[in-house]
Design a protein around this ligand. Structure first.
Ligand code: ADP
Ligand code: ASP
Ligand code: MG
Length: 412
């Protein structure tokens, strides 16, 4: 029988009523003749609570134990979903990551999926099971320990299952009815897109649009998975939601197609650091070993052999970054006068494939922000995106102003 993957995010399984509602959606697809793989998140708020407990217990935690704790939310919803389906007389069984097994590497808290052998689940489908409910976000390392795939990781679980089982489609059910030109929760003028290109969605996701985890888009693009985002709260037709697809399938497009933001960024500056060949490696090597995800980097003009080096990273990695740089300073690998952390910044980005062939987008972005009195602290560009770091208090204003300036409320 054809296989369909259906993923339900946290708000879609937030309580028993919602789980029942989601199970009914699954029932509709089962009735159509699909064998269904359901991927569930933890109940909304659960993973945040678990992460909070870990941070309170051990601020510079051992990532293996972090995974042991934060993976648990999905175990609960997987079991409850299987029970709910059974109550509806649909043969269903739950699977934790290790039982599948969903094999990952050993990069705890940000593990990458290496393999999903389909045999165990397929054997159950052959026996008449109609729904395999799989706990999202988690897997097992080569050492046999539980791993997690990074925040939002259930999206990636879903796409990886769709690829491994050659599913007809991967439907991501969430609390919005599709992918919008920007987060509809902060810009009322955000417009729902019927389709979005893989490349654009990849940029938007990696720049903070949490509607899909970045890695899930990467996998969908690589394995050509038909990926759809839709609401779990509305009755659905077959063409509901937003399809993520290849560029060629999209007829109309704006130069800028989306605005993304990442609220919790930090800007770290090493003041008066000795400037010599190898200095960047001496700074960013230890940071990478400490698991700090450095994003933007600027090195200022040096004077008398000393310079300032600025980089950005997520705010929750500031303590790790400070510790790594302090120990590099203590061991004499680097020599700086002061480390200044500004933890009140956000990143706002404009994304569009059209930027490849049209100039002037950056200028328009800077002018728009300047008209609003927003000071730009750091700028980064690539072929299809422009990002700026600004004070957090201006983030929503900047997103709305850019959405207006690039006329994203109108179809291209
Ligand atoms: P889930 O729990 O279902 O995985 P998430 O909270 O991870 O849901 O993702 C859905 C949220 O993503 C929406 O509620 C919305 O606020 C946010 N979001 C950010 N950018 C966008 C966008 N461009 N389009 C739609 N939603 C977006
Ligand atoms: N529950 C996990 C999180 O909140 C994974 C997911 O929902 O995708 O990040
Ligand atoms: Mg999510």
């Amino acid at each position: 029988m054809p296989v369909l993957v259906m993923k339900f995010g946290g708000t879609s399984v937030a309580n028993l009523d919602r789980i029942r509602r989601a199970a009914k959606r699954v029932g509709v697809e089962v009735a159509k003749g699909y064998d269904v793989i359901v991927i569930v998140s933890a109940m909304s708020g659960k993973t945040n609570e678990l992460v909070g407990w870990v941070n309170e217990t051990s601020p510079l935690y051992d990532a293996r134990e972090y995974d042991a704790v934060v993976s648990s939310g999905e175990n609960v919803t997987a079991g409850l979903m299987a029970l709910t389906l059974q109550e509806m007389d649909i043969p269903a069984r739950s699977w934790q990551g290790w039982q599948v097994p969903l094999k990952t590497n050993s990069a705890h808290s940000a593990a990458r999926i290496e393999e999903i052998p389909p045999e165990n689940i397929n054997a159950k489908f052959a026996e008449g099971m109609r729904v395999a409910v799989v706990a999202g976000f988690q897997g097992i390392s080569p050492e046999g320990r539980i791993t997690t795939l990074g925040r939002g990781g259930s999206d990636t679980t879903a796409v990886a299952f769709a690829a491994a089982f050659e599913a007809e489609r991967c439907d991501i059910y969430t609390d919005v009815d599709g992918i919008y030109t920007t987060d509809p929760r902060i810009a009322t003028k955000a417009r729902k897109l019927d389709k979005i290109a893989f490349e654009e969605m990849l940029e938007l996701a990696s720049l903070g649009a949490k509607v899909l985890q970045t890695r899930s888009v990467e996998l969908a693009m690589r394995y050509n998975v038909k990926l759809r985002v839709l609401s779990s709260f509305e009755e659905q037709s077959d063409d509901a939601g937003t399809l993520v697809c290849s560029e060629e399938e999209i007829m109309e497009s704006n130069v800028v197609n989306g605005i993304a933001y990442s609220r919790d960024e930090a800007k770290m500056t090493l003041i008066s650091i000795a400037d010599r060949p190898g200095i960047a490696a001496a700074i960013f090597g230890p940071l990478s070993e400490a698991g700090v995800n450095v994003d933007m980097i600027i090195q200022n003009i040096s004077e008398e052999g000393r310079t300032d080096m600025t980089f950005s990273c997520p705010t929750d990695q500031v303590a790790r970054a400070e510790k790594a740089l302090q120990s590099a300073q203590d061991s004499g690998e680097i020599d700086y006068r002061e480390l200044v952390a500004d933890t009140n910044v956000s990143k706002v980005s404009a994304v569009g494939i059209g930027m490849r062939s049209q100039s002037g987008v950056a200028a328009q972005m800077f002018k728009t922000l300047s008209n609003e009195g927003v000071n730009i602290k750091v700028i980064a560009t690539s072929e299809i995106k422009i990002s700026v770091l600004i004070d957090r208090k201006y983030m929503e204003l900047a997103v709305q102003a850019l959405h207006d300036a690039f006329e994203l409320d109108k179809a291209g």
